[in-house]
Design a protein around this ligand. Sequence first.
Ligand code: ADP
Ligand code: MG
Length: 263
Amino acid sequence: SITEKTSDNNSSTTETRTSNADSIIQIENLNKWYGAFHVLKDINLDVAKGERIVVCGPSGSGKSTLIRCINRLEEFQEGSLTVDGVALNEDIKNIEAVRREVGMVFQHFNLFPHLTILENLTLAPLWVRKIPKKEAEATAMEYLERVKIPDQALKFPGQLSGGQQQRVAIARSLCMNPKIMLFDEPTSALDPEMISEVLDVMVELAEEGMTMLCVTHEMGFAKKVADRVIFMDAGQIVEQNNPHEFFDNPQNERTQAFLSQII
Ligand code: ADP
Ligand code: MG
């Protein structure tokens, strides 16, 4: 692999990048503790560019913690994690470089309630990226069209349904032009009738070639778009496979027990 210094037009930061043709995330022997509690145990995971991964497993198995490590919302103590050639370490330039490329959507949409939908979408482009207002608004409207709610642009989050708010949250991430999207149970706080409108947007994104890691128990979504399903239990990746093999022929007894409960 080639190591190079790259600089970003929007800031004076410089991070060290190692290029690798097909892999965009490399996680090696990652271990994390919350105090004395060993939450992630020797995680090894390589994600290819454009790969769609679904992460599932029982509550408390470390799924959120793992994907939050990828944009450094959580720190880890051992091992290495590289995103698009940038090693996540203590270097703030590297952390900022990774965060520029990784979008995240949470279970509870985390929109700013006192800002309109359009303002929610343009906030970071305006203030973090220094994009001119007209351009930021045009991009925001483009993404609101894509998630099929351009007519909601001037409303406040509280005036929208949960499904609409989650689509706004996805559009807001996309406005930052990420290379990777992380989803942490994006539909689990929604009323059942709103789940499909959010999954439809995620399927479209997957079909456009976005690299995605999705923590979800929506097995229909996993079967439709995932290249790989990863099963976690007690801080470990216990089993992984393509959806067909994973659902029809699970090998590990913990996977079998989990699937028998949710399907
Ligand atoms: P999952 O997303 O699979 O439900 P999490 O990654 O949220 O699991 O949590 C894994 C384990 O770590 C759980 O036992 C949880 O209680 C614990 N945990 C999560 N966040 C913290 C924290 N900030 N401090 C201490 N323990 C935590
Ligand atoms: Mg979680």
